[in-house]
Design a protein around this ligand. Sequence first.
Ligand SMILES: [Zn+2]
Ligand SMILES: [Zn+2]
Length: 345
Amino acid sequence: MAERMLAARLYGPGDLRLEEVPVPEPGPGEVILRVECALTCGTDVKIFRRGRHPALGSLPSLFGHEVAGEIVAVGEGVMGFRPGMRVVAANSAPCGSCRFCQRGEFSLCPNLTFFFGAFAQYARIPAPIVRVNLYPIPDHLPAAAAALVEPLACALRGVEAAEIEPGSTVLVMGGGALGFMLAHLAKSRGAWVALSDPHPERREAARAIGVDLTLDPREDVRAALQQALGELPDVVIEAVGRVEAWEAAADTVRPGGRVILFGGCPVGTRASFDTARLHYQELTLRGVFHHHPRFVRAALSLLSAGRVPVERFISGELPLTRLLEAFERMERRQGFKFAINPWAG
Ligand SMILES: [Zn+2]
Ligand SMILES: [Zn+2]
């Protein structure tokens, strides 16, 4: 194994550098991967622009969190994994012992261990993730598809929280990668699905994954849904992460309906809701953040079974040297996610 590797490191807002750094060595319980593929994520773009993230630690920092590859070294005490195995890691692991973990509320664990460092030739997977959220992948599954487990696990959790069943009517607000995954999963549960996004190309792409109705959020979405369904939808999933969308979501669900607040807004954001609608129309507003290990496992089995249209969510492959270009294209909405190959020239 080489001693030095190419890795992206974040120094501050908008300041990401490709550097030669030492290949990490595995500490107790840790695993080192030779990265086959790292996927870009909307969160990466946010962290890149803001130059920080609560879980990131001190700068400069390795960066990127959706990764699949081959194990090249294991630390002391690692069980069940050995060099040569292809694996995918989720980007976090709950501690398993706090009150939240004991109640099964793993995404609320205050001791979540996060992984950063996917945009590199080798990645060190922290011991807690090796213990509960590292999974072997079947030979036939391409690394780029496997690396979708983390966002797909979040989307699965959103769809489960929404209690979507055959015949449910669902509006997904936001045509990003997560919005598309949510729409796809709702469709595969037999729901009627609408998707709103201001970009015409996104609406066209939504129709290609089988969405029943696409809407421009700048137009009268409520009237269009009323016309199509005779009432507002059972479920609205907000996957935009802006306060206007949160408020609109609560205004666009039918009485008795469920609103899943999926997109994170900047810290300190406050939203306002019509209390009469919430009370007399018995709305359920539910925040959903992150995933649990069982959703990661469920996501991986869907991917392994070929039941996810992976090519709809991954817009192309780029070498690590063009990572910034991937972020810029995502910001211009010219792609959902990019598969970053750290070995391509
Ligand atoms: Zn992600
Ligand atoms: Zn915990």
